[in-house]
Design a protein around this ligand. Structure first.
Ligand code: ADP
Ligand code: MG
Length: 396
């Protein structure tokens, strides 16, 4: 049930060996770019609020080398597929995975960076589409690798922004900046508070001896997700407009207090009030959670996670029976510090902080219950916080 991942070095080595087999030579460089989790701060990004992500010990590994011509030779180790194109003519590949790489090449070119032809092999152990942002990891790996390969001298934030833009423009997914930011800026034993308005960020210690991040994958993605996401955005904007009638200086829910919501939104529209108060409270919870970390009070931090779930489920209404079931089942269990749904909602994973020695018993109890109640298989990923995107020295 519990998926044990291969060690970093063995995966990176297999990518490098594949590179050798396909392209030969020893002149390649290898980078690692991790997936991410978000501890707290959900649906706050587009409201100009705060998020608290961290990079994890699951990553994309990418080996690249220069070519003498303008050609692109890309190999997906995991999918056992390859793609050939030219840096002079970037077109959507028609089968998705190359587009993340091509999109980054396009954004580098848009910044005036002359990307030459290159060979590339990549693979990894981030489960695709499970909410750990394998796509951002792939984009950041590409940006970092090409920056180094061609000596562009871009700073990490520029690489974050161009990776996000690659996904927006070339892949056509309107993602925010958190995923690429966390992949690039992650730091071992730290979470990062990112201010989505100013992009200022602060590291907070997350040295939690014996505690693991356990993701429980509900294995569902309800079709409501994208339409409800758009509705939530509109509801938040509607709330801001109501406050603006009295306070024209307000630009987003970031500038709004609970008192203002009570005074100007609650009397007009109860639903909008509930949505907006979740967002304002979630930002406040995140701030308390960082204070908990500074005090070393992980139990209090865990309670904020439960509070976040409660708000997402009851006020923002983006949870679903499967996610509520999974959070309900871990709550109060031996060795569980806290948990909540993670990501946009209506499926995906819950994120839980669990003492290492309690994990097996917890999974053995919940997995059959989940199967019986929801008629679905539970997937379990166990992670810990790791460094962000970096070059790997030759592992052989
Ligand atoms: P998420 O980012 O939540 O994991 P997405 O749907 O945004 O899910 O991105 C997943 C896509 O990213 C995959 O369908 C694939 O095209 C690409 N991708 C990410 N990692 C890999 C990998 N290791 N091998 C091949 N493709 C990958
Ligand atoms: Mg993604």
């Amino acid at each position: 049930m519990t998926l044990t991942m291969q060690t970093t070095s063995s995966l990176a080595l297999r990518v490098q060996e594949k590179f050798q087999d396909v392209f030969g030579g020893r002149d390649h460089l290898t980078v690692r770019s991790p997936g991410r989790v978000n501890l707290i701060g959900e649906h706050t990004d587009y409201n100009h609020g705060f998020v608290l992500p961290a990079a994890i010990n699951k990553a994309v590994y990418m080996a690249v080398s220069r070519r003498a011509d303008d050609e692109l030779h890309l190999v997906s180790f995991d999918l056992d597929r390859s793609y050939t194109g030219s840096v002079k003519r970037l077109e959507p590949s028609g089968y998705h995975w190359p587009d993340y790489i091509l999109g980054v090449v396009q954004q580098l070119q848009a910044l005036g960076k002359p990307v030459g032809g290159f060979n590339c092999v990549f693979g990894g152990d981030i489960p695709l589409g499970s909410g750990m942002s394998s796509s951002a990891a792939l984009e950041c790996a590409t940006a970092f690798a090409l920056n180094q390969l061609f000596g562009f001298d871009l700073d990490p934030m520029t690489m974050v922004k161009l990776s996000q833009k690659a996904e927006n423009v070339f892949v056509g997914v309107q993602c925010g900046i958190m995923d690429q930011f966390a992949s690039m800026f992650g730091r071992k034993d730290h979470v990062i508070r990112l201010d989505c308005q100013s992009l200022e960020y602060t590291y907070f210690p997350f040295k939690t001896e014996g505690i693991r991040i356990v993701l429980l994958d509900s294995n569902v993605k309800h079709s409501l997700a994208s339409s409800e996401y758009n509705t939530r955005r509109q509801q938040c904007e509607a709330g801001v407009r109501l406050v603006q009638q009295q306070h024209p200086e307000v630009r987003s829910l970031r500038d709004v207090s609970l008192e203002q919501l009570q005074a100007y939104v609650a009397p007009v529209d109860e639903l909008i009030y509930r949505r907006c108060s979740y967002v304002v409270e979630e930002n406040a919870r995140l701030q308390s959670a960082t204070a908990d970390l500074l005090r070393g009070d992980i139990a209090a931090f865990g309670r904020e996670l439960y509070g976040s779930h409660e708000g997402l489920s009851k006020k923002y209404e983006v949870s679903c029976p499967e996610l509520d079931f999974l959070v309900g089942q871990v709550r109060g269990q031996q060795g569980v510090i806290g948990g909540r749904m993670m990501g946009g909602g209506f499926g995906g994973c819950t994120i839980n902080l669990v003492e290492e020695e309690a994990i097996d018993a917890l999974v053995e109890r919940i997995a059959p219950l989940y199967r019986k109640t929801m008629n679905k298989e539970l997937k379990v990923y166990i992670g810990q916080i790791e460094n962000g995107t970096s070059a790997l020295t030759d592992l052989r």
